[in-house]
Design a binder for this molecule. Structure first.
Ligand code: PGA
Length: 232
């Protein structure tokens, strides 16, 4: 894995956005894998600033909650509309979410994902592949780990019903992306990022599967990379 450490979280997001925007400028028909969560919000803000043409781009999101209406503010479709889709020239029919079946086939049919943006869960998950997920997993319905439910509770009002299940791209699906950008920011991710780097490659730490991918850039801020000084 190719590690890039930036001074701040904004800088890390800016670098990610530059990589994605530069790719889109040379590849107008790009297929992008997109992530939600707190980490990538600034990536999308910066991509919008680049004024890239999205008219021929197709996007494949990593996951979607089960049990929320599509227009619920915490659905990942609503997140993407708010942070990116409503602000660029993308057609809704070119934006895909893993709801129902056939997602992996759809990705394959368009030639695969060129660049996959990933965040890292505090328990080592990527997308909603929680610890114990099979490395052979495809897109499927999953139960969220208690840690994930707790981490994401900050996005829901107190007392509001929070989903405990989701559809997620599988680990084998993610590994088929041609290039992966793992964006990790904040001191609270330092320990798990070190665990990913140190290995072993194990289903107990789903993100460790990325050690087996030949084209991964890890873009981290100093806080998240705190325990990786030996590698920098
Ligand atoms: P976060 O989530 O960006 O909200 O920390 C990351 C993840 O769970 O993948």
């Amino acid at each position: 894995m190719d590690l890039h450490v930036l001074d701040s979280s904004d800088d890390a997001c800016f670098v990610c956005a530059n990589i994605l925007s530069d790719y889109l400028k040379t590849t107008p028909q790009a297929k992008l894998g997109l992530a939600t969560g707190g980490t990538p919000e600034a990536v999308y803000r910066s991509i919008i600033d680049h004024k890239v043409d999205f008219s021929q781009v197709r996007t494949f999101n990593l996951d979607e909650y089960i049990g929320l209406p599509e227009n619920h503010p915490q659905s990942y479709r609503a997140y993407m509309e708010k942070h990116l889709f409503s602000k660029v020239s993308i057609a809704t029919e070119n934006t895909y979410f893993p709801i129902g079946g056939g997602y992996d086939l759809r990705i394959k049919t368009v030639g695969g994902i060129d660049i996959q943006l990933l965040g890292l869960g505090s328990n080592g998950h990527i997308a909603f592949n929680e610890p114990g997920s099979s490395f052979n997993s495809k897109t499927r319905r999953v139960k969220l780990a208690p840690q994930t439910i707790q981490d994401n509770s900050r996005f829901f009002e107190p007392g509001e019903l929070q989903p405990v299940e989701a559809f997620t791209m599988g680990l084998a699906t993610i590994m088929q992306a041609k290039q992966i950008l793992l964006l990790v920011t904040g001191q609270h991710k330092a320990e798990i990022l070190k665990r990913v780097f140190d290995g072993p490659v194990s289903e107990d730490c789903p993100a460790s599967i990325l050690l087996n991918h030949s084209n991964v850039k890890v873009i981290a801020d100093k806080a998240a990379a705190e325990y990786l000084t030996a590698c920098v």
